[in-house]
Design a protein around this ligand. Sequence first.
Ligand code: 13P
Ligand code: SF4
Length: 344
Amino acid sequence: MNAIEPAAVIRRARGRYGRRLLILAHHYQADEVVAHADFVGDSLELARRAAREKEAEFIVLCGVHFMAETAAILSPGKKVYIPDPQAGCPLADSAPMDAVSRAWELIARGDRPITPITYVNSSARLKAFCGNHEGAVCTSANASRVVSWALQKPSVPFFVPDMNLGLNTARALGIDSGRVLMWDPGLPDGGISPGALGNADMVVWKGWCPVHYPSFTREDVERLKRMRPGIRVVMHPESSPDTVEASGEAGSTSQMLSIIDTLPQGSVLGLGTETTMVRRAARAMRGRVEIMPVREVFCEDMAKITVEKLADTLMGLETDKGRVQVPEEVAFLARKALDVMLRV
Ligand code: 13P
Ligand code: SF4
């Protein structure tokens, strides 16, 4: 396929399917892909957009696999595709279902009620597990609301799989860090003694996103602040609590972009997240707001989606190539956990 062909193929598919086709893209997608999307958003917005879709018969999700799975769960009856099924997420993979079940057996054995909460960056089966145990899903945009909901039940949230989002959320809610237990899946019994569970206000799975941790550090933020006195810096909450503390502010990708809209002309903003999005925001705001990366880091999985693969997927919509399907018994329970998230 030469350079102009993908755009022509995509235009042809648009002409052929009209409103029967919906293309969704995450903020970390390349400009050439985003140019063809009907809607661009963070994980929460993509989930909401898929859930409310009425007309489309085909949804193509330009993002990573768990995002397409989430869209398939929330849009029963629609056909959902991903342009490259190999676009996974190492954070989601860090919590395989058998390891989480083993942890659950030990954690839920005590007399205090436990609520499993999974970050949306997780498998459909883990979401279903949460739905089956009166738990919920959250994203980086609403983790505080979902964890508060679990605390108010009252119960002890068991937060899987991103330790940094879990710890940043605990801190934002004023939970004493000494009462947050870390479950390390690499250690026998998670590395915690059953007695310690009785004093825990939250249990957090030791997983992380390699794009945001340990790449962004306190030193990066402090260097930027020294270089540009007065700069406002916002970190993605998948970064360490130490880095977030240095910046003073955390937000999901869409929350970062909303902050830009509120800034007066001539402001300088540092963003600590994936570089594709930061560069696009910097280009869009050139001459009005200066946007600086805290450090340049790319998500290799997001980059697997290309305009060529998008065109290929659109050509094969009537076959099951690239189609993401979730068995209904899994989707039913996962939807329960996602519905809590969309409600709170
Ligand atoms: P949000 O877009 O929800 O902030 O998530 C970032 C991310 O890492 C998605 O994988
Ligand atoms: Fe996964 Fe991190 Fe890439 Fe998001 S940025 S898809 S959490 S590896």
